[in-house]
Design a protein around this ligand. Structure first.
Ligand SMILES: NC(=O)c1ccc[n+]([C@@H]2O[C@H](COP(=O)([O-])OP(=O)(O)OC[C@H]3O[C@@H](n4cnc5c(N)ncnc54)[C@H](O)[C@@H]3O)[C@@H](O)[C@H]2O)c1
Length: 359
């Protein structure tokens, strides 16, 4: 019997642009198919030297010449200095406009190298190979690239990857708590879509790092995000529903000076914003509890560490989503039924203090 094959899904963004997503054990072997021209450049996590060598061998044997590679990873790469060094390395390696840049990494490396590729020679095609759960469930698609400048993600572009290749063995190798933290974005997609069966049935196995369930969840999660992105590629409106959990999440992340991980911040943010949805839009308690139950199963927090909420309450909406005294944020009437709403900043901050600010 043949092994479960790698599954491909294609998402059209415009008449000329699409992102294809391949997921499953052995997906890396599909890499040459995603090349636009005859040459490639690889950007990879420091920790993934062996996997990147395998990628290079696969590309070469598929007729794609690998011109060079650069290693890096984590938040420090999201700087203009790092991007400039990458540009120079690509120049030196002889990268041309038709060279495809393969980026094997977590969300930070995908953001930074994606930005570098999107601006080098006015834009090179990219292929994302996520190496963290956050990237495999969320950041690998959607086309947002960028680096930090004073604030997080202040400089960036929209540049959709030609393809995303989810090789579950690579994601499963992510060490530490970050592996579980990335599941917060999957739960966000469950709440927004209302589709809880697949995630509920595969969650425990994926948490155990089993490749098949992990690949299926990634394909579903990236697919959900792409359906939203395809309807609003530049975040003019609808796409903002993907910010569920992030208004409160970003405030907590910033108040902790980024010591609270993005995933944990989003998990607590989801808990707070589901309560807001109950109050403002009548989200049934049972449905909110289903989502909270999923976060608890994963081992994600539903409350911030003591003392953080009061400080975070003062930072609500200080990011890009604040408009005219209110924050535009998604509110759920039911699971699977989000709508964008302008919520006064005070409503969100008061809720945070009420829920978590005692003592
Ligand atoms: N563009 C988007 O749509 C989007 C969406 C959400 C988040 N983000 C960005 O993603 C970033 C966070 O991404 P993240 O949570 O993936 O963390 P990360 O990319 O910072 O990776 C976490 C750490 O793990 C290392 N690492 C990554 N994969 C590994 C592996 N397989 N084995 C060993 N080590 C590995 C990294 O070098 C880093 O030190 C933030 O900068 C955030 O702004 C972007």
């Amino acid at each position: 019997m043949a092994q479960a094959a790698v599954e491909w899904r294609r998402f059209r963004l415009s008449t000329v642009e699409e992102t294809a997503v391949a997921a499953g054990e052995g997906a890396l072997a599909e890499a040459p198919k995603a090349a636009e021209g005859a040459t490639a450049y690889i950007v990879r996590e420091e920790a993934l030297a062996a996997e990147a060598s395998r990628l290079a061998r696969i590309l070469e044997s598929g007729g794609v010449e690998v011109l060079g590679s650069t290693a890096g990873g984590g938040e420090p790469v999201k700087s203009l200095g790092w991007v400039e060094r990458l540009w120079l390395s690509m120049l030196e390696a002889g990268v041309e406009r038709s060279t495809t840049v393969y980026i094997m990494g977590g969300g930070a490396l995908l953001d930074a190298a994606g930005f570098a590729a999107s601006t080098f020679m006015r834009g090179l095609p990219t292929v994302n190979i996520p190496s963290t759960t956050l990237a495999a469930f969320d950041a690998a698609v959607g086309g947002k690239t960028g680096v930090n400048l004073v604030g997080k993600n202040m400089v960036g572009t929209f540049h959709n990857p030609r393809a995303v290749i989810v090789e579950p063995g690579i994601v499963a190798g992510q060490p530490g708590e970050g592996y579980r933290d990335g599941f917060a974005e999957l739960v966000k997609h469950v709440a927004l879509s209302g589709e809880r069966e697949l995630a509920a049935s595969l969650l425990i196995q994926a948490l155990d790092r089993r490749p098949g369930p992990l690949a299926r969840l990634a394909l579903w999660s990236l697919g959900y995000k792409m359906q939203v992105v395809a309807r609003d590629p530049r975040e003019g409106g609808l796409r903002r529903i993907l910010n569920l959990g992030h208004t409160i999440g970003h405030a907590l992340e910033a108040a902790s000076l980024y010591t609270l991980s993005h995933g944990k911040s989003v998990s607590i943010g989801l808990a707070g914003e589901l309560e807001l949805s109950r109050r403002l839009a009548g989200l049934p308690r049972r449905e909110a509890e289903e989502v909270l139950g999923m976060l608890s199963t994963i081992g994600l927090p539903l409350e911030p560490p003591p003392g953080l909420a009061r400080e975070a309450a003062g930072l609500v909406g200080l990011d890009k989503k604040r408009e005219g005294g209110g924050v535009i944020m998604p509110i759920l009437e039911r699971l699977g039924r989000p709508r964008l709403s302008r919520v006064p900043v005070e409503t969100v901050s008061r809720l945070m203090v009420e829920l978590w600010g005692g003592g």
